[in-house]
Design a binder for this molecule. Structure first.
Ligand code: ATP
Ligand code: MG
Length: 393
């Protein structure tokens, strides 16, 4: 933390020495006042992006349109952004265009919540234009200015409010919350990728359960009916331990067991969620066995189990899953001591399908402990199999 902050101070100092204004800003200052570990350091300045790039050795224009230059210092990086206001908002999304050359005050004004709009100078003096300190000590998330205006400018800010509930365990200030209830219908204007990113952050926070309970209270479930039943179930719990894939798998499972196209998960995530839903379904009246665990490993079954437990605490098979996994005699086909090559040596048969079936058969025998993973035993079994089942030698 300290060296990250110290190197950040050097960057601020360099900007000041060059005759510019420069402040730490946003979430970093919030967390600094709270005494929390540093999140990413953002610096705001009246220097233009060009000037910032000229001043520092290693930079990258990460958000040139928005005036953001990433400055690298040692192993650290800093987002240095030129004071700006945001141009016209279209469709309740963040504007594509911003205006530079404004004051610090205007830059702070465009920010979402009072607790996110501090600036701090190099001597740790805090600029607090919106009584953010008071909200911070009262644990309140309050929109800057008129919440209806701010949420209709950029609807994602509403989800950001829940993200800070989840991260900090704060309450949403009543007028801000009432405005969220009113404006939540604007959310579907936002690209689903951004919604999903924000949802993941909500689910990752220490206070995720409080955030989800508030989300339910806000009427979010009627905007996203596919999440409604899952959210309602979670809101009643005392404890919440689902990661984001488990959360969505639970919701989709309770809805219609399908992943809606609108939710932009990666292919890999979709495949995992589908497996999870399938397992939750099967495990409503079945138990995990060696073959399932051998095929899937233990991570996906453990994830599915988390959901099964939420549906009914009596369903808990976490110990069995781990035990079965730890005691598996083999983890992959190549762990078999009797291999495809050994089978070929016993026979002139060159039918890949049959050889494959034989390997599956031995694997099954070994996994289910009907045969030891020993060369002679497996060879004997294979010979027998070839004679009786495939009538070949
Ligand atoms: P975290 O610690 O979770 O990263 P953060 O406050 O740093 O929280 P970021 O998303 O990193 O949040 O944004 C940095 C700052 O930019 C915020 O503190 C806020 O001042 C401003 N900001 C970000 N997104 C918006 C938005 N949609 N509308 C207004 N201001 C925003
Ligand atoms: Mg941040």
């Amino acid at each position: 933390m300290t060296s990250y902050y110290e190197k950040g101070r050097n960057i601020v100092k360099q900007l000041l020495d060059a005759g510019h204004q420069a402040f730490f800003v946003g979430g970093f200052v919030r967390d600094f006042i709270l005494g929390e570990d540093a999140s990413d350091i953002d610096i705001t300045t009246d220097a233009t992006p060009d000037q910032v790039q000229q001043l520092f050795e290693k930079t990258k224009a990460t958000g040139l349109k928005f005036g953001t230059i990433t400055v690298f210092s040692g192993r650290f990086q800093y987002e240095v952004t030129t004071y700006r206001t945001e141009g016209k908002y279209r469709n309740h999304r963040k504007p594509e265009e911003v205006q530079f050359g404004v004051s610090l005050e205007e830059d702070l004004q465009r920010r979402d919540f009072t607790i996110n709009a501090f600036a701090m100078d190099i001597d740790q003096h805090i600029v607090d234009l919106f009584q953010g300190k008071e909200d911070l000590s009262n644990h309140l998330i309050r929109a800057i200015g008129n919440p209806d205006t701010r949420f209709s400018e950029d609807a994602l800010r509403m989800l950001r409010a829940f993200r800070f509930v989840s991260k900090l365990g704060f309450q949403i200030e009543p007028k801000t919350f009432a405005s969220i209830q009113k404006n939540l219908v604007l959310l579907p204007n936002i690209a689903n990728e951004r919604i999903l990113t924000e949802m993941r952050k909500i689910l990752d926070g220490k206070h995720a359960l409080s955030a989800l309970q508030l989300l339910v209270q806000s009427g979010f479930g009627s905007i996203y009916p596919e999440l409604n039943q899952g959210l309602a179930l979670i809101a009643k719990q005392m404890d919440f331990q689902l990661n984001s894939l488990e959360f969505f798998a639970l919701c989709f499972f309770l809805n219609d067991q399908k992943i809606p196209e609108t939710w932009r998960f990666s292919k890999k995530e979709k495949a995992i969620m589908e497996k999870i839903m399938e397992l939750v379904d099967v495990m409503q009246d079945d138990v995990y066995n060696e073959m399932i665990i051998y095929r899937l490993g233990k991570d996906i079954p453990l994830m599915a189990n988390q959901i099964s437990v939420m549906l009914d605490p009596k369903n808990d098979q976490a110990r069995e899953i781990s035990q079965i996994y730890d005691n598996l005699p083999i983890y992959k086909t190549c762990d078999l001591v009797f291999k495809g090559q050994d089978i070929l040596e016993l026979t002139t048969l060159r039918n890949a399908e049959i050889i494959g079936d034989i390997i599956d058969d031995i694997t099954y025998q070994v996994i289910t402990n009907q045969l030891p993973n020993e060369y002679e035993a497996l060879k004997r079994y294979t010979l027998e199999l070839m004679e009786t089942k495939y009538e070949t030698r």
